[in-house]
Design a protein around this ligand. Structure first.
Ligand SMILES: CC(C)(COP(=O)(O)OP(=O)(O)OC[C@H]1O[C@@H](n2cnc3c(N)ncnc32)[C@H](O)[C@@H]1OP(=O)(O)O)[C@@H](O)C(=O)NCCC(=O)NCCS
Length: 171
């Protein structure tokens, strides 16, 4: 598989994967569109050898505050049929690389306390849990804020390399 920058034509596939992954509780197509219009390099897609889009990551470059540029990963998901093959790791690596290229020094994200798969993925890149977010995803559905000092980031996901995932030069 390879990771590349998304085009407008990828948005239907991104929304398909988002819906299959978050059961309608994730980002809307408008959110994705707004991100792509604001930052053409912030939405990344993973595609298989046939060119089919099988995952995406949405990176957000935020404002500079007290001399520190902040950012984060707003959403990441892999087609349920293609999970546990290193695609999420490759997408996360590309998203963090984008944030770093934009001067982001501190990144954060939110994840459900119940989502051990995603937490494990983020921890592999150096994210640490920093705040409990009660009812963040609804009643009795707590979230966790995780943060990463980009200096401490493990940018090149180890399993992505081990599994032969390729990075596209266009990403
Ligand atoms: C989280 C998600 C993106 C991971 O994508 P993936 O392609 O399956 O992940 P990878 O194969 O690259 O796995 C990378 C690491 O993530 C962790 N991981 C992924 N799936 C896991 C699972 N089911 N259980 C535990 N750890 C898991 C592991 O640390 C794994 O490394 P390992 O294979 O060396 O153990 C995917 O499960 C997904 O799309 N989930 C639904 C959407 C979602 O929850 N997004 C995050 C919202 S905050």
């Amino acid at each position: 598989m390879k990771v590349r920058r998304a085009t407008f034509g990828d948005l239907p596939d991104v929304v398909r994967i988002e819906r299959a992954s978050f059961a309608g509780k994730g980002c809307s197509v408008t959110t994705f569109l707004a991100h792509v219009l604001r930052d053409r390099k912030g939405l990344l897609v993973g595609e298989d050898d046939t060119g089919r889009v099988i995952g995406y990551a949405l990176a957000r470059v935020g404002l500079r505050w007290l001399g520190v540029r902040r950012g984060g990963v707003t959403s990441i998901a892999v087609d349920p049929q293609h999970r546990r093959r290193g695609i999420g790791r490759a997408l996360m690596a590309a998203a963090l690389e984008h944030l770093r290229s934009q001067g982001v020094a501190e990144a954060d994200l939110e994840v459900s306390v119940a989502n051990r798969a995603a937490q494990s993925l983020y921890e592999a890149f150096g994210f640490v849990q920093c705040q409990l977010l009660p009812h963040y995803y609804g009643p009795n559905a707590d979230g966790i804020k995780m943060a990463l000092n980009m200096r401490d980031a493990t940018i090149s996901g180890r399993a992505a390399g081990a599994r032969g995932a390729q990075r596209s030069s266009s990403s």
